[in-house]
Design a protein around this ligand. Structure first.
Ligand code: PGU
Length: 410
């Protein structure tokens, strides 16, 4: 039988829907309108609407390229040692006792997503409780990453649509009702998609509750420096949990704060009770990584390490990072003012109260669809907009679109 006339062996494969976030960019790219605006993906844009490569990243990259002694050998399974050390210091603090006591194991992974996945696979193999609680709502990829790793995903209340703020009591009640030992996913700062974070006092209450119930914290730190403009301030939640001597996991991403999106640079750290446990945990992380992708890529991590280890470059980075954070904050004010000026129905103060890359507008899926169809503005259907994709020139267009959407679509 000539096989080329028969049906495909994949004839039964059904077409999958586009990703809810990355699919927005796919739709945007297909739109021929010159005024189209992509506020879907959380990726920083300049005032001119262009992607930004930080000057310090260009400089570090040039340095590496000019260094002919550099080779492209395989990295170890756990990645670049220097990068791992520096990443741990960045999130836990330069004089973190946990680092000094060698209780932290850090492995280089494929950005934030890869770090979450490796951490989840490790937990599924070596941790006794397989339930992970994630906030409702959360980044859309979280449930997929954890489920596919073999964990069972449950949610805890996080956001109240009525107040457009934290549902703190709901959060405490749900964590209190969780089985002891359950894993809890926490956004270290700049919660995605809501832009709503607990206050330091609320974090402290969460910490006490979680420690008293033996819940295991798994921090997702994708926006360190993007919330407040300060790397240390944005790491406070994590450091609070580490300073009590307890254990936790942290997934770090350099996608946003260093603009390294496509280089896929990140790290997973596991803070353990003792140096001895940390050594054993790391040996098992290697067994997770080796059959998955063998070892991580060298280029991006070398750039990050070059910046983190040089005090001048580090400083330059913090200045550029602060400028990105400040531009986002100024967009919040501009959008809020533009809606006020139009007399747009509703209370829009949450735009200036929320923090980080996103505003959770409260617009519903129909209103979003209207804005895309009539105004060529692209955003996720949950009403989240990336403030980092906005500029002074595009604020009026967005304000017009929101005004029209809430005035004509219920
Ligand atoms: N964790 C959170 C909370 C995130 O928002 C993101 C990215 C990641 C992890 C993963 O980032 P890495 O690129 O793997 O380091 N969220 C963005 C980017 C687009 C996406 O969905 O991956 C977003 O728009 O939500």
């Amino acid at each position: 039988m000539a096989s080329d006339h028969g049906d495909s062996v994949f004839a039964n494969v059904v077409r999958a829907p586009e990703d809810p976030i990355l699919g927005v960019t796919v739709a945007y790219n297909k739109d021929p309108s010159p005024k189209k605006l992509n506020l879907g993906v959380g990726a920083y844009r300049t005032e001119e609407g262009k992607p930004l490569v930080l000057n310090v990243v260009r400089r570090a990259e040039q340095m590496l390229v000019n260094d002919t002694s550099r080779v492209k050998e395989y990295l170890p399974i756990v990645g670049l040692a220097e990068f791992n050390k520096l990443s741990a210091k960045l999130i836990f603090g330069v004089d973190s006792p946990a680092i000094q006591e060698n209780r932290v194991t850090t492995v280089q992974c494929l950005s934030g997503t890869g770090s979450l996945r490796v951490g989840a696979e490790f937990l599924a193999r070596h941790y006794h409780e397989h339930t992970i609680y994630i906030p409702q709502p959360t980044w859309g990829n979280h449930p997929k990453v954890f489920t596919i790793a073999g964990l069972s995903v449950k949610t805890y209340r996080y956001y109240s649509p009525e107040t457009r703020g934290l549902d703190f009591q709901g959060l405490l009640d749900d964590l209190n009702a969780a089985p002891s030992g359950a894993i809890v996913l926490l956004h270290a700062c700049a919660h995605n998609p809501t832009g709503v974070d607990p206050t330091p006092e609320q974090w402290e209450q969460i910490r006490q509750l979680m420690r008293s119930k033996g819940l295991l914290p798994f921090f997702d730190s994708a926006y360190q420096g993007f919330a407040s403009g300060s790397l240390d301030e944005d790491a406070q939640s994590v450091r609070m949990f580490v300073s009590d001597g307890g254990e936790c996991l942290v997934a770090q991403s350099y996608a946003k704060n260093m603009g390294m999106y496509g280089e896929r640079v990140g790290a997973l750290s596991i803070v353990c009770k003792s140096a001895d446990v940390a050594v054993r945990v790391e040996s098992q992380l290697k067994l997770v990584i080796r059959p998955m992708y063998s070892n991580p890529p060298i280029h991006g991590a070398s750039i990050v390490a070059a910046i983190l280890k040089d005090s001048h470059m580090y400083h330059e980075w913090t200045v550029e990072l602060k400028a990105m954070a400040d531009r986002i904050i100024s967009m919040r004010q501009k959008l809020f003012d533009a809606l006020q000026a139009r007399g747009t129905p509703g209370d829009w103060s949450h735009i200036i109260k929320q923090i980080g890359m996103f505003t959770f507008t409260g617009l519903n899926a129909q209103q979003v669809a209207f804005m895309t169809k009539e105004y060529h503005i692209y955003m996720t259907s949950d009403g989240r907009i990336s403030m980092a994709g906005l500029s002074s020139q595009t604020v009026p267009l967005l304000a017009d679109a929101i005004h029209a959407a809430v005035s004509t679509v219920v």
